[in-house]
Design a protein around this ligand. Sequence first.
Ligand SMILES: *Cc1c(COP(=O)(O)O)cnc(C)c1O
Length: 453
Amino acid sequence: MTATKIMLDEDELPRRWYNVMADLPAPPPPVLHPGTLEPVGPQDLAPLFPAALIEQEVTRERYVDIPDEVLEVYRLWRPSPLYRAHRLEKALGTPAKIFYKYEGVSPAGSHKPNTAVPQAYYNAAAGIRRLTTETGAGQWGTALAFAGAQFGLDVEIWQVRASYDQKPYRKMMIETFGGTIHPSPSDRTEAGRRVLAADPGSPGSLGIAISEAVEVAAGRADTNYALGSVLNHVLLHQTVIGEEALLQLAKAGVAPDLIVGCTGGGSNFAGLAFPFLREKLQGRMAPVIRAVEPAACPSLTKGVYAYDFGDTAGMTPLMKMHTLGHDFIPDPIHAGGLRYHGMAPLVSHVYELGLIEAVAKTQQECFEAGVRFARTEGIIPAPEPTHALAACVEEALRCKETGEPKVILTALCGHGHLDLPAYGRFLAGQMQDRELSAEAVAAATAALPRVPA
Ligand SMILES: *Cc1c(COP(=O)(O)O)cnc(C)c1O
């Protein structure tokens, strides 16, 4: 029987991140300047990001070395454990073997510090004093506040109003790590004031919060902006998850048949999946790779593949991605980290290339899987990875029908200790499913920026 907990030694911690761009059959479409519609250059991004991260955004090198200063902080919780879900398998009566890579052991309780730490490091090394950012459920804000504390940076955070009200403990964590936090939309920025004028009770969205954080960073030389998902350099940093999981599955003597991850902006999914995609493209294994998104915010399965802004106010460059439209405000589902109108351009690109699949799940099915997982494996998952778990359970039950002993790998990308009110609502039978109608998608994507093909 495979061990329950597959660990790596500290000296097995990967020393480089993997850049999937080096191995793709076609390069992703360029990011465009919204005014000129020409590809953006490093000078366009310089007001917001340090040169090292801009370089990582565009590099075609297969590997990027992880700086020693970053490895030193990673060692607080990395390598993270890989578990075999023996108890969940038994409860489902499935012949499938389910493995989960647990990122909830990090200081923030999610995968987000994997990129927050290098982003803080490169900014501090470039002489930046302050970082601004947005946060949805609060995971990214917590991670960046922690990372800022490691490298002496002030961190100022705009949290989506709906989550700010639902999850008060995130604010306390952020302030404990030394960060500053405001609900978004706020009256501190042009972008926020514009939204509040139109809708004083706005629940906010990641797109609005990004506009606020970008506006403040763009206006000050000592201040940069940090994004917790979507961008190429963020996905790059997260590949430490998949590189470790590859070593761990090799120790267990198995190769995955299916890799499943939840997708908000796409970073934990890509972080787990891209190193395996490399192995697949190079012919060493052949896993099916499946993204799982919420039915209330289904950018891959129902959105359009088009150039769009990353934020609501239209201040970012245009990225080609699966999007529901930059002014789309998703229903306030409990998986706040999955309420983003777009998708990482790299994840969108590999989806267009047919290298990955996508499915959407409603939240009650997800919480059912989350509760089942908690009762068997003993970890209460964050609402976001319950989407991946619901897809794992679905596949494991399919294996029960067919008798196939598939190896399933997923990222349990965060714990749900600060999301317990959502579990309370589910257990009390008060949770509603929210699915986006075709009309709502058409309305949301009607105002996409026009970019000639
Ligand atoms: C932020 C977050 C997500 C969504 O972001 P991705 O970039 O899609 O990974 C998912 N799960 C958790 C626990 C998060 O904190």
